[in-house]
Design a protein around this ligand. Structure first.
Ligand code: ARG
Ligand code: ZN
Length: 877
């Protein structure tokens, strides 16, 4: 039953053109599809034609214009199979009937509010019509869409608009769209509805004019302007950075309220979860603005990395996703602050991907087998996939990397490619041997890299003994070594950067700041040093590894004060914090008093005092590793209550001891100015509100009173939500009134209500579970909308570990019941939430037993979807 990469065979039949005629109706949408097929010269001659379906209602079909004898074919909701076809070009016409209103899986053609929309990646097109639903069948699509004029005045398809008009004698109208670029069916999309739009022209580098449109629910156009601005910047950036120009006359984006993922890169017609489009200062936070910018860029960049060059099969998903995440990260780095973006990205990588990689759901960036492809849209495929591209760039240098990308676009435009195709472009363009590097794609697990330093005072040399090890992961008991590029620097006693002179290297590597570890261990020696240097290694997080060094507390404090690499300056303080938090959680469990965190306090103090630093960077330095990060670092026998208590205690100490500096920062930055979403302004707010958060947590410096005032006077959502968050967590006596006030202000705005739901889901108190139960019956909540479900239940399960893993198991039971209910309507969403159990094995025994029993109960439930059963089976191992 699992699909295996090793079993890949080219398609037997190719589809050159697809003509679709879709007559939209709420419960009876007819789809007529005309396919021109021909045998694939690379397939087996005489193979039957097997077209995929999923819950399809078959109406009729003809072959070359004539009906077929029933003995010649077999049809079911999941397949249309035709045997004994002549090996020559054929025309197949198929009619199916759909009920978009009943489509709660949000895959295929469904309704969001009153609109019609589609989601076809990965295997949703087969829910619209019978088709070879695989990414290596590329066709040219022409789509006619017809609908009631009142119900759906706007009709959108892929490619360019061709014609439109009324359907004579009816209340209906139609539009025809033609996409000249061959594409796999997962990139098909259509939209129909009463939507408003904003439109702006864009002139491409070669001087073509493109009409950019963003469609939103009526009355919401004023919230789409930031997305439009981000789109234009993305288009320009891709031209300038990668030479990629847009290739149609129009580019449309539609925001829908019901969407399983973030967004989708359908050719010329991106469809977005509306939370990643809609923003005004009053309704969206700085973080929302940054995400909108990143996701707009991501989907747009797919036009080349994903659409013009697509994937041969779904095992190659990282070919488009890892590369496109890398591209959107680079875009945001160029538009905002590079070090701050890197810190953000590494935080996400560690909290999602490292967690995935260290538990039962670990898989390689290119898996070699899957049961349900929907479950592989993961942090590993996306984020670790992007890290591999980043390492490739580090190893080849900017020019080598760009040469490889140029060759990739030139050689594979129009192809359904593989990871090997991609890497070959880089070795062909640069002469590099990437065979060892390729292991990153096939080996799961995060390598542990250990660094020991030796200072030889008489020889004035500094040696690094570096070794690597990757622990077994499911299905991969024996691990190989990986290519690990470590960017290094050496700091002198005054904090200056020392020249690197490697005595172990060949002449052209001698001054290179990149150490490449390929084997299990290696020694690198630096010579001619005036004094014992301080090592700064894995700068910019050059390799996605768990790093262990013998750097002392003093060394880390020194790096936190002086490292010229901003990422490592941040990371040194995080390492100090993590060490303290792990020790404190252990002490608390043994009833011992925590140690004094004076080194960390000093590190944060020196960052706070350095006014030359980017405010956003200082804000990052103030925020501690999350409870989940601390739990992962502890690794086994975790008591989430002890972790939460350790973290809260440290925040109180920081707030108390740094109060004067925090008050100064708050007052310096709390000057009224009109809201602007740019990175510098956002960074100032992040630091201001981060300082306030620590003060309020410590009940120092009038923190609570200042927060109450900020809540009342805020003129933007960033400040108001920051204040509400502080009050909710740090001032229980203010909490209910503030939450009530917030709901009264924003109850009409579902995306803001989502913030209100999440905030309550994250309260680290035993009453939270009851609060969530009550909220599931609140009029603002709906199990039918993925954003609502994720905001309440998803957030609780994923980021409130002390309550999710209550020792009495009641939260496990509640989340499991919710998953089982959800599985009947929206399996993809149910499976996502189930993923929050992925770290269950690291819990202490009472909680671990509860989690295991809960997973077993889910596994035994009747009629599980393939999505949920795949996750639960792998989670149990
Ligand atoms: N390709 C989309 C993106 O990353 C994600 C679509 C995921 N769809 C799914 N059914 N899992 O931009
Ligand atoms: Zn993507």
């Amino acid at each position: 039953q699992p699909v295996r990469l090793a079993d890949y065979r080219p398609p037997e039949w190719l589809v050159d053109t697809v003509e679709l005629d879709v007559c939209l109706h709420p419960t009876a949408t007819s789809v007529r599809s005309k396919l021109t097929l021909r045998p694939n010269p690379e397939g087996q001659a005489g193979a039957p034609l097997v077209l995929d379906g999923d819950e399809l209602a078959f109406v009729s079909f003809t072959l070359d214009g004539a009906p077929l004898d029933p003995s010649g074919y077999a049809v079911s909701p999941t397949a249309l199979t035709i045997k004994n076809l002549p090996a020559r070009p054929l025309v197949l016409e198929i009619e199916t009937l759909l009920n978009p209103s009943a489509n709660t899986k949000l895959m295929g053609l469904y309704r969001s509010g009153k609109s019609y929309c589609t989601q076809c990646e990965a295997e949703g097109f087969r829910r619209i019509t019978y088709f070879p639903d695989r990414p290596d069948v590329l066709s040219i699509y022409t789509t006619r869409i017809e609908a009631d004029v009142m119900e759906a005045p706007v009709l959108l398809g892929n490619g360019n608009p061709v014609e439109s008009g009324p359907v004579a004698g009816t209340s209906r109208h139609y539009a025809v769209w033609h996409d000249p670029w061959p594409k796999p069916c997962y990139l098909f999309a259509l939209v129909g509805g009463a939507l408003d739009r904003i439109v702006e022209p864009f002139t491409t580098a070669s001087g073509r004019t493109v009409e950019l449109g963003i469609y939103v629910e009526p009355g919401k156009t004023d919230r789409a302007s930031y997305a439009m601005d981000a789109l234009k910047r993305s288009m320009r950036w891709d031209e300038e950075t990668f030479g990629c120009e847009y290739d149609l006359d129009v580019f449309n984006i539609v925001a829908v309220a019901d969407f399983n993922m973030g967004a989708m890169e359908n050719k010329g017609l991106n469809i977005f979860n509306d939370k990643y489009i809609l923003a005004t200062p009053e309704t969206a936070t700085d973080v929302d603005y940054a995400r909108i910018e990143g996701i707009i860029a991501h989907e747009y960049f797919h036009n080349w990395t994903g659409n013009r060059i697509t994937c041969r099969d779904w095992f190659q998903l990282c070919l488009k996703e890892g590369l496109t995440v890398f591209r959107d990260q680079e875009f945001s780095s160029d538009e905002r602050s590079r070090p701050v973006k890197r810190i953000d990205d590494v935080r996400v990588l560690k909290s999602h991907q490292f967690a995935e990689d260290s538990g039962p759901l670990a898989h390689s960036v290119r898996p070699d087998t899957y049961r349900e492809i929907n479950n592989f849209y993961t942090a590993t495929v996306y984020e670790k996939g992007a890290e591999i591209i980043r390492m490739l760039k580090t190893l080849l240098g900017s020019q080598g990397f760009r040469a490889g990308m140029d060759l990739y676009f030139e050689r594979h435009d129009g192809d359904a490619a593989t990871v090997e195709d991609f890497l070959t472009c880089f070795s062909d363009a640069t002469g590099a041997d990437l065979r060892h590097f390729t292991r990153w794609y096939s080996q799961a697990g995060t390598p542990r890299v250990n660094v020991e330093t030796r200072w030889d005072k008489t020889a004035r040399t500094f040696a690094l003994d570096i070794s690597q090890q990757t622990l077994p992961t499911p299905g991969q008991p024996v691990k190989q070594t990986l290519t690990i590029p470590l960017v290094v620097g050496l700091l002198g006693p005054d904090g200056s950067e020392l020249p690197l002179i490697r005595s172990d290297a060949t002449s052209n590597e001698r001054s290179s700041g990149i150490l490449v570890l390929e084997g299990e261990r290696a020694c690198f020696t630096f010579a001619d040093l005036p004094a014992r240097p301080i090592l700064s290694i894995n700068r910019g997080f050059s390799a996605p590894i768990e790093l262990r060094t013998d750097l002392s507390t003093e060394d880390l404090l020194f790096l936190a004060r002086h490292d010229s690499d901003a990422f490592n300056r941040f990371d040194a303080a995080q390492t100090l914090a993590m060490g303290y938090l792990v020790a404190t959680a252990a002490a608390l469990r043994e009833g011992k008093a925590p140690a004094d965190p004076n080194a960390l306090v000093a590190a944060v103090d020196s960052v706070l005092a350095d006014h030359s630093l980017d405010a956003a960077f200082v804000a990052q330095a103030l925020s501690l590793p999350s409870e989940n990060d601390i739990a992962r670092e502890i690794g086994h026998d975790v008591d989430p209550d002890a972790v939460a208590a350790a973290r809260k205690g440290l925040r109180q100490v920081l707030g108390g001891r740094l109060a004067p500096a925090l008050i100064a920062a708050y007052e310096r930055l709390a000057i009224p100015e009109p809201y602007a979403p740019d990175a510098v302004s956002a960074g100032r707010r992040a630091l201001k509100n981060g300082a306030l958060d620590l003060l309020a947590t410590a009940r120092a410096g009038d923190g609570i009173a200042r927060t109450v005032a900020l809540y009342r006077t805020a003129d933007n959502m960033t400040d108001r939500l920051a204040a509400l968050t502080i009050l909710t967590h740090a001032a229980p006596q203010e909490r209910e009134a503030a939450l009530e006030d917030f709901y009264a202000r924003y109850h009409d705005d579902p995306l803001v209500v989502d913030k209100w739901l999440t905030l309550q889901a994250l309260i680290a108190e035993p009453e939270t579970l009851d609060r969530i139960r009550t909220l599931t019956r609140h009029p603002a909540f709906s199990m039918g909308n993925p954003n609502r479900v994720r905001s309440l239940i998803g957030a609780f399960a994923a980021v409130n570990p002390s309550q999710m893993h209550r020792p009495d198991g009641q939260a496990h039971a509640f989340v499991a019941d919710t998953i089982l209910v959800l599985d009947r309507s929206n399996p993809q969403l149910a499976a996502r939430i189930l993923g929050s159990f992925r770290s269950w094995r690291q819990l202490e025994t009472v909680r671990r037993t509860s989690a295991e029993n809960t997973l077993r109960r889910i596994a035994q439930a009747d009629n599980l979807s393939s999505d949920v059963s795949d996750i639960v089976m792998r989670a149990l191992g």
